[in-house]
Design a binder for this molecule. Structure first.
Ligand code: F6R
Length: 241
């Protein structure tokens, strides 16, 4: 992987957004893989500045990595809502071109297959933005996830539920299950851009970049991909050799 150490998350966001904007100018039907959580927010903020400066994103497609199972669609913390609020609306993307896995409990059994079919029909993802969990997860592929996995339902670990409790009124309200692109799905994107900021991510970054490739650290899957860029600040890079 190419490792880029930036001074702060804002600079990381600028760098990645500038690259994405150039790709969109070259090919307006670009497909961006989007992540939720705090890490990619500076990328979206910088992309918004590109849009305000005239970047045409009307033909851009976007696919989210994951979704909670069982939250009502209009719940403010459903990833459908989060992506709408943080990506689709501020950037002015065409909402019909923005896709999030379907976390509706009633149809969850077929949701993974449907999402894979949608991805395939679209021709896949050109650039996938990734954050990483403190336990090494990518998407919601928790430790132990098969490196060949497809989009499917998963149980969230206690660690991830605790990490994400900040978005809910109380920790018990964090859903117990999610639907997530599999590691096999993520690895089919043409270019992976993993971002991580802060010393809380240092172990996960070291494991992903330099540790053995193992299902115990799902982020280590990036070592199986030929085009990976890791964008980190000094604290997140501090345990790299
Ligand atoms: C979110 C996702 C997760 C997060 C990870 C880090 O769509 O797939 O893997 O990227 O939990 O979250 P933050 O960025 O909030 O530290």
């Amino acid at each position: 992987a190419e490792i880029v150490i930036v001074d702060n998350p804002e600079d990381g966001g600028e760098l990645v957004a500038r690259h994405i904007a150039a790709q969109i100018r070259a090919r307006p039907e670009f497909t961006l893989g989007v992540a939720t959580g705090s890490t990619p927010l500076p990328v979206y903020a910088a992309l918004r500045r590109e849009c305000d400066a005239g970047l045409d994103v009307s033909s851009v497609n976007a696919f989210a990595l994951d979704e909670y199972v069982g939250l009502p669609d209009d719940h403010p913390e459903s990833y459908r809502s989060v992506i709408r609020r943080e990506v689709t609306e501020p950037l002015g993307l065409d909402p019909t071109r923005v896709h999030v896995p379907d976390g509706d409990e009633a149809t969850i059994e077929t949701a993974g297959e449907r999402y894979e079919a949608l991805l395939a029909a679209n021709g896949g993802v050109d650039l996938q933005l990734l954050g990483i969990g403190t336990d090494g997860h990518v998407g919601f592929n928790e430790p132990g996830s098969s490196l060949a996995s497809a989009t499917r339902i998963k149980t969230l670990t206690a660690q991830t539920r605790a990490d994400n409790a900040r978005f809910f009124d109380s920790p018990e309200q964090v859903p117990t299950h999610c639907i997530t692109q599999g590691i096999g799905t993520i690895l089919r994107a043409d270019h992976l851009v993993l971002l991580a900021f802060g010393d809380g991510k240092a172990d996960a970054v070291a494991g992903a970049v330099e540790g053995p490739v193992t299902a115990s650290v799902p982020g280590s899957c990036i070592q199986l991909h030929r085009h990976v860029t890791v964008v980190v600040d000094e604290p997140a890079a501090s345990r790299l050799e």
